[in-house]
Design a protein around this ligand. Structure first.
Ligand SMILES: [Zn+2]
Length: 370
């Protein structure tokens, strides 16, 4: 009898050891889905609970982008989206929302509150289909400091509706040395500056995703004291546009890995790329797309880029292509209409994480932060 009990104990201990070593058992998975320069980031906790940040583009592109989001959800084995956080009311972030709701149950809608833009189409969506959806589920309008109840992961709202947190995260709050050099950017009076953005902590692993939060809000968030400290993963704000990603934020949070959800001609201009490349601890920048705005001069090696575009020139230009002026009749951006690839992050509680490019299978593991 004693032997039997001892055997059971040994088996129980072995079972625990095997579970702890299991490569997939206790992992926070993050999928950065290619929605052609829009936003769609899926977080899946070890227990299979999920938070999706943004739903890509709408209109004629809703089916394309939602199908790509669903491919990630299926890869993760999801049967529902537990929390859908819409960072702000721009078409490249909420566009696929209504279509997604027809494909998979959504349990909880999270947003920053009303749009501040005078846009009838957006207002009609919020008052119509969106209200109908959240009335049948649950809605939370978040303010900075709120948490999102994603099981096993500490998700805290850092900015929302133009406000930023006033309490630092535990262990953070030191003066930010980059504040002194900050010069205010032209004011962005649209919904980008209203973005709801979050900090995620999973054991020792830390990530930051601020949606399309703009540079002046980054300054308000990060100065005079840095309420975040440093992070392992920075989801590059605003698709890598230079109206966000001020040095005060990017160098202040000193990410070890950055992933940019840019488009073929959206984000990745030399000024943003320079700030990213010179971030003090950055080991690698990954991109959802090759951006012609980087040229070979500023882009990263191809293995770190998840999607190219359909008509590849024989030689990529060395010099960055200047962005077209707004409202000009410039040629349309290079098209990417073939299969879409995601970048997947698998983070473990000990702070180690692995990033994989689904286009080429290229994968790199990072040690825990010191
Ligand atoms: Zn956007």
């Amino acid at each position: 009898m004693k032997t039997a009990i001892r055997t059971l104990l040994v088996l129980a201990v072995l079972g625990t050891a095997i579970a702890a070593q299991s490569p997939d058992g206790d992992v926070l998975s993050i999928y950065l889905v290619d929605v052609e320069g829009g936003g769609a980031t899926l977080f899946v906790s070890p227990t299979g609970e999920s938070m999706l940040m943004d739903t890509g583009n709408g209109g004629a592109n809703a089916d394309r982008d939602v199908s790509r989001i669903m491919a990630a959800a299926e890869d993760a084995g999801l049967e529902r989206i537990d929390h859908l956080l819409t960072t702000h009311w721009h078409g490249d972030h909420y566009g696929g929302l209504a279509e997604l709701a027809t494909r998979i149950p959504i349990g909880h809608y999270i947003d920053h509150g009303p749009t501040i833009e005078d846009n009838e189409r957006v207002q009609a969506f919020i008052d119509g289909p969106y209200r109908e959806l959240y009335n049948a589920a649950r809605r939370t309008v978040v303010t900075p400091g709120d948490t999102v109840p994603l099981s096993g992961v500490d998700v805290q709202v850092m900015a929302s509706a133009g406000e930023v947190v006033d309490e630092p995260l535990p262990g953070a709050g030191e003066p930010n040395p980059y504040c002194a050099d900050f010069e205010r950017y032209p004011e962005d009076l649209g919904d980008n500056a209203q973005s709801a953005g979050v900090h995620l902590q999973f054991g020792r692993f830390r990530a930051l995703h601020l949606g399309d939060l703009t540079a002046n809000k980054e300054f308000e968030l990060m100065c005079p004291n840095n309420p975040i400290g440093s992070v392992d993963l920075y989801v590059v704000s605003h698709h890598g546009l230079n109206t966000s990603n001020a040095q005060v934020l990017v160098h202040g949070v000193a990410p070890r890995v950055a992933i940019m959800n840019n488009g073929t001609r959206k984000g990745g201009t030399p000024d943003t790329m320079t700030i990213l490349h010179t971030a003090p601890r950055l080991m690698d920048l990954w991109q959802l797309h090759f951006s012609v705005l980087s040229g070979q001069e500023y882009t990263v090696p191809g293995v770190f880029i998840a999607n190219l575009f359909d008509d590849q020139p024989d030689a990529m230009p060395l010099a960055p292509v200047p962005p077209p002026r707004r409202g000009s009749n410039a040629a349309p951006p290079p098209v990417h209409s073939g299969p879409a690839n995601w970048i997947k992050v698998e983070a473990r509680r000990d702070g180690t994480f692995t990033v994989t490019n689904s286009r080429n299978g290229f994968s790199k593991s990072y040690a825990a932060s010191e």
